[in-house]
Design a protein. Structure first.
Length: 101
């Protein structure tokens, strides 16, 4: 199997509090809780057949871009999200407490 992450459509589903993509009828997602100016990223789950192709990274990138766009502070409860931020330091500032908070 080959997955082209460049064409992967990541959808924000606020009703379910998740960012999601469907590949061959299988759901992969990042769950979150949003409270005021904070977003807690609680879990990234990729269907077992689709692991190892960069799907989790694309979903996480979309969620972090949303957080940046909305000026939300990110709390990476999920170990994958925390590791992604460590590997991509351009997102590290999103985890900092706001000075005006």
């Amino acid at each position: 199997m080959q997955i082209n992450t460049g064409t992967l459509e990541i959808v924000h589903n606020p009703a379910e509090k998740r960012f999601e993509t469907w590949i061959d009828g299988q759901l992969s997602k990042l769950d979150y809780l949003e409270d005021g100016d904070t977003i807690v990223m609680t879990h990234v789950g990729v269907h077992p057949e689709h692991r190892g192709y960069g799907v989790a990274g694309k979903i996480t990138e979309a969620a972090l871009a949303y957080a940046r766009e909305k000026s939300l502070r990110v709390i990476p409860m999920c170990s994958y999200v925390a590791a992604y931020i460590r590997r991509n330091p351009e997102f590290a500032g999103l985890t900092k407490q706001r000075a005006d908070a």
